[in-house]
Design a protein around this ligand. Structure first.
Ligand SMILES: [Zn+2]
Length: 318
């Protein structure tokens, strides 16, 4: 509540400055505004809008590319999957807004104001705190992803992301609401512990959102480009291996954003054995196209046995 009031106040102060600027006709109003307000002011006042614009832009661009340069022929079309996958995104977004008193960036502002967390205690140069925080947050997401594959109860939640029978931009967004709430808790804990600067949290959230859409895209990236690109970012070919029905392939390539963690921790696998265009996507348990319906997806964690996927079950040797 306190945060909401502060955001409303920040927005109306920016609006007043803008109205002020329109009165003088020496320089364009937006230019005067940029000089009077810092990046921080804009970030604090308009963070959800900045994120929404970035999300819609990246999603639209990659959706168009999927039409123009598709890699795999889809047996189950967008008409059936997309409304359900995007419906899950809607539920996730509303639940996070209702159940959490703050956004991730909001907590970073609070940590900074109260001086808690590692980077707020150190007097490191701001750019270094930003870069280091983005890298640490990405490592945390990698470790969290491994954890959700390792612990049988958590795999039941994460399995819903893997049970999509096709692999495209909408797959990158479908996560069970309970997994989303747990991820948010973990992310908030990491932000509080390291005292990540607000700018770092915004960069991280926009980047992760964008790369998650990109690395699930059903697009044909030329082999040479992919080989270079996957040293810097997780590519669609690299992440598609992780959505294979084969247990040993599912338990590889956990990175969402930076590709280094998989190479560093020995979970990297270059290609799927069956080839990208012919490999089977999904998990063994949910093969019926009706399982792609939103109500069924929400129930999946509670249905059937856990299967052979959790990393702890090492006798899986197919
Ligand atoms: Zn996974």
């Amino acid at each position: 509540m306190v945060q909401t009031t502060a955001i409303v106040r920040a927005r109306s102060s920016i609006h007043e400055k803008y109205l002020d600027a329109t009165k003088s006709d020496k320089l364009p109003a937006w230019w005067q505004l940029l000089n009077r307000c810092s990046v921080r002011d804009f970030l604090f006042a308009y963070e959800p809008i900045i994120r929404l614009i970035a999300f819609c832009g990246v999603f639209a661009a990659l959706a168009v590319l999927e039409f123009a340069l598709p890699l795999r022929k889809q047996a189950i079309g967008r008409g059936w999957r997309w409304p359900n996958n995007l419906g899950i995104v809607f539920i996730d977004t509303v639940l996070v807004r209702i159940l959490f008193p703050t956004t991730a960036v909001g907590l970073a502002f609070l940590a900074e104001a109260r001086g808690f967390g590692l980077f707020n205690a150190l007097s490191a140069p701001p750019w270094l705190s930003v870069v280091a925080s983005v890298v640490v947050l990405d490592l945390a997401i990698y470790l969290q992803h491994v954890l959700f594959h390792a612990v049988p109860g958590l795999w039941r939640l994460h399995r819903m992301h893997h049970s999509d029978l096709e692999f495209d931009v909408s797959t990158g967004l479908r996560f069970h609401p309970i997994e989303i709430l747990l991820s948010m808790l973990i992310k908030l804990a990491v932000i509080a512990a390291i005292g990540a600067p607000p700018l770092a949290v915004l960069i991280f959230e926009v980047l992760l959102n964008a790369t998650s859409i990109f690395n699930h895209a059903n697009i044909r990236v030329p082999g040479k480009v992919d080989r270079v690109l996957r040293w810097f970012v997780v590519t669609p070919d690299m992440h598609r291996v992780h959505h294979s029905i084969l247990v040993r392939e599912t338990n590889s390539n956990f990175g969402f954003n930076l590709p280094w963690w998989d190479r560093l921790f020995g979970t990297y696998r270059a290609q799927p054995t069956a080839g990208h265009e012919t490999m089977t996507i999904g998990v063994e348990q949910f093969r019926d196209p009706r399982d792609l319906r939103m109500d069924r997806m929400l129930l999946q964690p509670f249905l059937g046995d856990v299967g052979r996927y959790p990393i702890g079950q090492r006798d899986a040797d197919q």
